[in-house]
Structure formats: C-alpha cells, structure tokens
Design a binder for this molecule. Structure first.
Ligand SMILES: [Zn+2]
Length: 464
C-alpha cells in the first residue's frame, strides 16, 4: 500500500474505504472542521537528510574502526592506536567535531563485574550524542538509535586477536555516526539520541546500562532502533540483494507476568499491535516513502533464532524497540578469526561490506527518526468505547500537548493485514465515530501536526 493510497485526501482504493462514512462526535470540545494538513508533501528537512547521507563517509568510518585491530570489550584502553579505548575516544572526537556544538557528546560509563563473558571487572563505555529537541512540549520525548562498536571472534573472551568487525558492527556504528553528523544540522521537536555502545558481544551490557537508567529515571523513550550487521548485501550463497533490509519487531513479550496494556491487546486480538509493531509500521511507511525502491521487510519477531541485540534490554523494560539487519547473513564473515579456509577468505573484513547498501539502511533509519522527531507523540489514553452493542466504532483519546497539532486521523486495516490500509482525517477532536465495525478491522489513532507530520498510531483498548 503506497502512502498515496493511504492519504486521506482522496478516497482510498481499499475495500473498507468504500464503506466508510464518518460521523463526528464531541464537537463541543474542538473544531472538527480544522483544515486537514497536506500529508502527501515531503518534509524538506527529511529529503535533505536522506540526500546528505554519504556512503563514502560511512566507508571511512568503518575502515577507521577496523584500523584499531580489536575493539573487544576487554581489549587495551591505553593505546592511542589499537584497542577499544582508542576506538571510543576517536568516535567521541568525531562526533564532537562534526556536531559543531549542536550535539551533546558524552561517555556513559559503568564497571561490569565478573560474569560469564567478563573475566575481570571491566569499564563498559558507551558514546552517547544527544541532539536536544526544540519544542518544549516534545523535548522530553526521545528516540534512540544505536550500533555496537565492540567486536568478537570465535572465542568470545579473546580480546587481542585481530577482529575487524567491519560488518558486526562497525556498519551499525558508522551508520549512527553518519546520522548524528547529518541530522545535527537540523532542528527537531523531540530529542534524538545517537549512541554507539560497548559489550554487546559480552551480553548486551552497554545497551542494558542505558535502558536501565532510562527506566530508573522515567525517560520517555518513544522508540529505539539498533543497527547490527547492516553492512552486506551478499548472502552466503553469493546472491546479492541490496533492495531491502530486515526490521525485527516484537509482538507480545514472552514475560512471565503480562502487563495490563498487553493483556488489553490480547483480549481484543491486538497481538500484532504492540508498541514495537506500531513503531515498525511507521518505519516501513516513512522509510519506503523517503528511500524509494528500498524495502523495509518487517519480520514479526523480536530477533533471529539464537541471536539477540541491543534492542532487547529496551524491550524488556517496556519500550518500543526494533532491530535492523541485512537480508541474508554470511556467517563466514561474523565472529570469525581472519583466516583462509582453502581459497575462501574468512573473517569480518571491510572488503565484504557494501558501503552503498549500508548508506541505504542509514537513510531509512534517518527518515524514520526525522519523521518521528518532527512529528507529534502517539495519542494517549486511546479507547474504543464499548458502552453498548453497535456496528459503528467510536474512539476517544486524550488531547496531545504539542501546540502545532492540527488534529487526528483514524487508520484501519483488515485483521489479517500487516500495514494500515485506510485512513480518515477527523479534525481537531478527541472523539470520533467511524461507520466500520470494530469487530472486523483493527483501528489506530494518529496525531497530525500542521506541517503534515503523522505520529505513530495508538491502538484503542476497550473503555467507557
Ligand atoms: Zn552485532
């Protein structure tokens, strides 16, 4: 479904849209006739950001990261040329240089005690670059994008062997650095946090430290993406596919205790409407809109079998979090000591990275982050009113706090569909009815600002 078909400007071609008629309620609260912003228009900042992302600079970052020989979490921290200490000092200085004073760059450090993959107490240092939001009502809302700059080989405790980690995960680190440098030149309503983290390979320790601080301090992280292994378009069968990226999105978490929010989803069949799936819908829609010809393949699971990533600690703490990974991985070029196996070169070397491909993934990330941070928050307290049996669907929500919110739109899809299929602008109201049965479709409510930026959708849970 293209954004044009989704646009409320003209009738959607979806079967459901034909059936749609809209009745507005709650007219006393606001102006239901509020003019509908132009949703088809590209935001110029987003086009500029996407155009500015450079495969050449990404290649430079990746090759520089490889030059540190090892970025293992327990490698040397004193040398200026090798080891993880030199690597993080270089990342920090690059971000400070390119940010031109607009990025707040800091180390986030803690000491990890001895554990299964940590043989001595080790300082784990993340490099965090923050671009503060400009709108008072939105600056506490944060979007976090990460890559991990640490490396490993076959023996996860081997800190000294050459471990280039060009794809895993200099590619994600370089994408985050490039996004930070390009996006720092623009203003956003919400706050963007660009982080490169350590100790992913030792058990997601760097990302977990940030996620735990977020939870303890009630940081409003409205979305988190990790970019891990986004460097190669070539699968282990030699086939090249540079036309898509996988985006892993969790449904209902496999927690022992189900939260009230998730219980409300399950009760109404909303297993595919978790906050991470809603975020993934936004990323797919906006990513494909601003990076034409490149597909965001949403995979409806948290991660691949036997693998995990830095989105996990955020998911575990109740945040919406997603993982970007290339379409077909080649395990000969991950976690391997650099060596020859007959004629075959094994190891995660820069010669196996497709820099143009990595740049495309960075552009999708940047388009998604920019549209999220320019736009309003997802509406809160969204309820599907269930006071009586009726075939219409009436939703009510709390008004958004942003001063530039123009109004709201209701989106819907068949219960078996993955992406939104129809939409209707309802104006600047906090209650609206749609002549479609809530029994037969899934709904979402989105806030829209005066520039036409659309929020992530919120699923209406039953209420009165
Ligand atoms: Zn990785």
């Amino acid at each position: 479904m293209t954004p044009q078909q989704l646009s409320p400007q003209g009738p959607s071609r979806s079967r459901l849209a034909v059936l749609l008629a809209l009745a507005l309620a709650g007219a006393a609260q606001a102006a239901p006739t509020a003019p509908q912003p132009d949703l088809a228009r590209h935001q110029p900042q987003v086009d500029q950001i996407v155009a500015a992302i450079s495969a050449q600079r990404i290649e430079g970052y990746i090759r520089k990261l490889v030059s540190f020989q090892t970025r293992h979490t327990m490698s040397d921290t004193t040398s200026d040329t090798t080891g993880i200490g030199a690597a993080r000092r270089w990342i920090k200085s690059e971000l400070e240089r390119c940010g031109g004073g607009r990025l707040q760059v800091a180390f986030d450090s803690h000491v990890a005690p001895v554990s299964a993959r940590i043989s001595r107490p080790t300082e784990i240092v993340n490099v965090v670059a923050t671009l503060p939001g400009k709108q008072a009502a939105s600056k506490d809302r944060m979007y976090v994008v990460s890559g991990h700059y640490d490396t490993r080989v076959n023996d996860v405790m081997d800190a000294t062997t050459f471990q280039p980690g060009a794809n895993d995960d200099a590619s994600g680190t370089a994408a985050v650095m490039e996004m930070a440098c390009v996006m720092a030149r623009h203003d956003f309503d919400a706050t963007l946090v660009f982080m490169t983290v350590a100790a992913e390979e030792q058990g997601l320790l760097g990302a977990a430290h940030v996620a735990e601080q977020a939870k303890q301090n009630n940081w409003h992280i409205a979305g988190m993406f990790t970019n891990d292994i986004i460097g190669s378009s070539r699968g282990d069968d030699g086939r090249i596919d540079d036309t898509q990226v996988r985006l892993f999105a969790e449904g209902i978490p496999a927690a022992k205790e189900m939260s009230e929010a998730n219980r409300a989803l399950v009760k109404t069949g909303g297993e595919n409407d978790s906050i991470s799936r809603q975020l993934a819908r936004h990323v797919k829609e906006q990513g494909e809109r601003y990076v034409p010809g490149f597909k965001v393949s949403v995979i409806q699971r948290a991660d691949r079998y036997l693998r995990g990533g830095d989105h996990m600690p955020f998911l575990e703490r109740g945040y919406a979090a997603l993982r970007f990974t290339e379409p077909a991985e080649d395990f000969d070029h991950q976690h391997q000591v650099v060596r020859k196996d007959g004629n075959k070169q094994i190891g995660d070397l820069p010669e196996f990275v497709d820099y143009n491909y990595t740049a495309k993934v960075a552009r999708v990330n940047a388009a998604a982050l920019a549209t999220l941070a320019l736009g309003p928050a997802a509406p809160k307290d969204v309820k599907m009113l269930t006071t009586k049996l009726e075939n219409d669907s009436t939703m009510r929500w709390a008004p958004n706090p942003e001063p530039d919110v123009a109004g709201y739109r209701i989106v819907w899809r068949d219960t078996t569909a993955a992406q939104w299929q129809g939409s209707q602008w309802v104006g600047n109201v906090t209650e609206a009815s749609v002549k479609l049965s809530k029994d037969n479709v899934f709904f979402g409510v989105q806030a829209v600002d005066t520039d036409g930026n659309v929020s992530v959708a919120t699923y209406p849970t039953p209420g009165r």
